[in-house]
Design a binder for this molecule. Structure first.
Ligand code: RIB
Length: 298
């Protein structure tokens, strides 16, 4: 069983601000950092830090060479990363005093993924393999269709949300990971159970993770429902907490942990992530997650 993440790779320009900049306002940032990021890269890093073997596919553009090196340093396979003559995808991230963020995304190289690249990459994967996707890449629908045709398990984090995602055939998806905002955009519902009922009725094979920030997360499958509370920590920066959850949850799933164990470990990993600054670099190693477990137990 192999995990393929066809995902974005971004240069993150992170600005610490007192409040998010308002229309017409010029605001001086208190601090600025450049860091590796992108929902795709963060999720691959989280999978690798959790202990999974993961292949990251996508496009490296102009200025993005260091991102490929970073993935390799964490043991992520990069042979399906193509080099393209386009500016590296990037994000401008404001983080306010409460640790909340707002993100402006430029797709760049991440939007250069072609159907030919997808076909070539998927040739190396088969029925027992998993495909992880977010909506920061081009040809997302094609990826889902081709992977489902092969019988791969498709995991989709439809973020950032766009109108076309409402029309996707989620019968081709095994796991959908969404936050409350995306849940409402997709189903019109806000309560977790109502979100699940709406999706389950239309797509009976689908399983769902709905994260709700400080209010915890739900996991629904056709057989069971699990609620996972957050582990309280001092919030420094919430960016990449969802990506951390996704990576840790999937590593647990693909290594045979129970759903309850997967949810608990993913919640611990994201708690550590929000207690730190940054995106990929804030994602904890598995030993740190286990350490938190011991701290909480004693
Ligand atoms: O989820 C956080 C990520 O969203 C950031 O790293 C940024 O690049 C955007 O893709």
């Amino acid at each position: 069983m192999k995990i393929l993440n066809f995902g974005s790779v971004n240069l993150d320009y992170i600005y610490r601000v007192e409040h998010f900049v308002q229309p017409g306002e010029t605001l001086a940032a208190k601090e600025q950092k450049m860091a590796p990021g992108g929902k795709g890269l963060n999720q691959s890093v989280a999978l690798a830090k959790a202990g999974a073997e993961v292949f990251h596919a996508g496009c490296i553009g102009i200025g993005g060479e260091s991102l490929k090196i970073l993935l390799e340093e964490y043991g992520v396979h990069t042979e399906y990363l193509y080099k393209v003559d386009e500016l590296q995808g990037n994000a401008v991230i404001q983080v306010d005093h409460s640790g909340e963020n707002c993100i402006l995304l430029y797709g760049g190289s991440n939007r250069m993924i072609t159907k030919e690249q997808i076909d070539e990459t998927l040739e190396h994967f088969s029925t027992e393999d998993w495909l992880v996707l977010q909506n920061e890449v081009s040809n997302l629908e094609y990826m889902i269709e081709k992977a489902a045709e092969k019988g791969m398990k498709v995991v989709l984090n439809p973020s950032p949300f766009e109108a076309f995602l409402e029309k996707l055939d989620y019968n081709q998806v095994s796991w959908l990971l969404i936050n409350e905002v995306e849940a409402q955009q997709l189903t019109g519902e806000t309560e977790a159970e109502a979100v699940w009922n709406t999706l389950h009725e239309k797509y009976p094979g689908l399983s769902l993770i709905m994260t709700m920030g400080a209010a915890g997360a739900y996991c629904f499958t056709p057989q069971e429902m699990i609620y996972q509370d957050v582990f309280p920590v001092k919030t420094v920066d919430t960016t990449a907490a969802g990506d951390t959850f996704t990576g840790y949850f999937l590593q647990g799933m693909t290594s045979g942990l129970s759903l309850k164990e997967c949810m608990e470990r993913a919640a611990k990993a994201s708690a550590i992530c929000v207690s730190r600054e940054g995106t990929a670099i804030a994602i904890p190693m598995r030993a740190e997650v286990e350490e938190l477990y011991h701290c909480l137990k004693n």
